[in-house]
Design a protein around this ligand. Structure first.
Ligand SMILES: C[S@@+](CC[C@H](N)C(=O)[O-])C[C@H]1O[C@@H](n2cnc3c(N)ncnc32)[C@H](O)[C@@H]1O
Length: 464
């Protein structure tokens, strides 16, 4: 059968593909179906047709897969925040393990690597300690809101719908964050709507209110509210900070990040502390961390404990090693490893994260860590010591090829590669495979109900 763009086709979903999409075959042609899971029978519309593959969207669910469960969230199927709420959690864990294994084999071209079953997240709802909600002057309407009278389509504060960068869902409740976050979100929405300042248009790039970022401390049940605006205007923003601090004793910090950049990133060019503190404190295991608004911190605090336990196990420290921790963020991995190492050197590009890391060492009584601020691409060349162990935890894009080259020159005995993107992890390990064997990989689920997966890989220098 010939498949054409726009056509409706009946498909039996046989597997899961990159990006969490269902995979079906039509006369050998791979069709990737958004919103479908294995064993679904669907009628889908072809939205893209290439020589090697096609992409489709579910039009009608003819026979649901036995792996489907009723989603708890009203936005499920529309919201880009979590796309797998309708898939039973055990299957999510299984598909994530499979995805890591396939990436290593197909992208890294590395065979016979043991990939262990995914370690689950202790909580599968309310687990996110950080949420970012976007403001928009264009609201994405749910099907039952279409044609409803009195719906204001010129305002939204919420999460994105995949495929539309400028339309945003007016999210009233997100189950990935603790419940209080939803009350704060609603109060901020009410305030913004009543204010004279306009919301930011993601296409027009005009307007004032841009993002709302909420951080939650699991250990202390405290909150940070970060309001991101396009300009500095304390007269408009300050009353919101006072309102929130008065209403919620759990909020201990309200800051305002200001950015005139067009990029849709909730990081300011500078920050103003509006009320309370500039940081929030949380714990991973026995260690305490101060986190400021723009510093990276693992978004699932309870699962981070399981992740760090695996990192420590794979590092296999004896107390004599020098460890280099690349992409060190707020220093959390360095601090968790410090008591097993002679010294840990962290490297990180965000200045405020390094300031947090230094403070965090002090708070935890750790004296054998040092941190270097800067781009690893330049800074790594300046380290002359040969570390026995390297921890590498890059952002989604993975390592720059010059960094891979420098790591190979430094030739540590062991590398623990930590990654939130199996594809770039596999690519980077593929570049190192002549010199390093991949002994085992442990996927750790930090992101339930999404297809994202964190992995820890243990690499050892060949010929040791
Ligand atoms: C996935 S996070 C890891 C953070 C930390 N290891 C942890 O577990 O909390 C990646 C970190 O890499 C930093 N980063 C990104 N590009 C960088 C670069 N070129 N040089 C140094 N650090 C970089 C980011 O700021 C971020 O803190």
């Amino acid at each position: 059968m010939k498949v054409k763009k726009g056509q409706l086709v009946e498909l039996e979903i046989s597997g899961i593909a990159f990006g969490g999409r269902g995979l079906a075959r039509v006369d050998g042609l791979a069709v990737f179906v958004d919103g479908a899971v294995p064993l679904d029978l669907v009628v889908a519309r072809i939205v893209k047709k290439k020589k090697q593959y096609a992409e489709a969207r579910v039009h009608t669910l003819v026979k649901p897969s036995p792996f489907r469960i009723p989603p708890d969230c009203m936005y499920s199927g529309f919201c880009g925040g979590c796309k797998w709420q309708f898939l039973n959690y055990h299957k999510q864990l299984e598909y994530k393990q499979q995805h890591v294994q396939e990436s290593i084999e197909r992208i890294g071209l590395i065979r016979d690597v043991p990939v262990h079953p995914t370690i689950s997240s202790p909580a599968i709802f309310g687990y996110r300690n950080k949420m970012e909600f976007s403001c928009s002057d264009r609201r994405w309407l749910l099907p039952d809101e279409m044609g409803e009278e009195g719906v204001d389509i010129s305002f939204a504060l919420g999460l994105h719908v995949p495929g539309t960068f400028y339309k945003v869902l007016d999210t009233h409740s997100c189950l990935l964050q603790p419940e209080l976050g939803n009350h704060i979100l609603d109060d901020v929405r009410t305030f913004i709507k009543a204010s004279d300042a306009p919301v930011y248009g993601l296409r027009s790039h005009t307007g004032f209110w841009r993002f709302l970022m909420l951080r939650h401390s699991v250990a202390y049940d405290q909150w940070m509210v970060n309001i991101i605006t396009a300009k500095e205007d304390l007269e408009t923003v300050q009353p919101l900070a006072f309102l929130l601090m008065d209403k919620y004793p759990q909020i201990i910090s309200v800051v305002n990040n200001i950015t005139s950049r067009k990029a849709g990133i909730a990081v300011g060019e500078y920050e103003i502390q509006l009320s309370g503190r500039s940081c929030i404190k949380d714990k991973i295991g026995d260690f305490e961390f101060e986190i400021s608004a723009n510093s990276f911190f693992q978004t699932n605090t309870l699962a981070a404990r399981r992740l760090y336990h695996t990192i420590k196990e794979y590092a296999g420290l004896s107390g004599r090693e020098t460890v280099v921790d690349l992409y060190s963020g707020t220093g959390s991995i360095a601090i968790c490893l410090a008591d097993g190492a002679k010294k840990v050197i962290g490297m990180e590009i965000v200045e405020s994260a390094v300031a947090d890391a230094v403070k965090n060492c002090r708070i935890n009584g750790v004296s054998n860590c040092q941190f270097i601020v800067g781009d690893i691409k330049e800074e790594l060349a300046r380290i002359m010591d040969r570390p026995e162990i390297m921890i590498i935890d890059p952002p989604r894009a993975g390592m720059h090829k010059d960094v891979v080259k420098r790591v190979l020159e430094m030739a540590p005995e062991r590398i623990v590669y930590v990654s939130c993107n199996p594809a770039t992890m596999a690519r980077d390990m593929g570049m190192m495979k002549e010199s390093y064997g991949v002994l085992e990989v442990q996927p750790v689920d930090m992101f339930p109900h999404t297809y994202h997966i964190e992995s820890v890989a243990k690499l050892e220098k060949r010929g040791q």
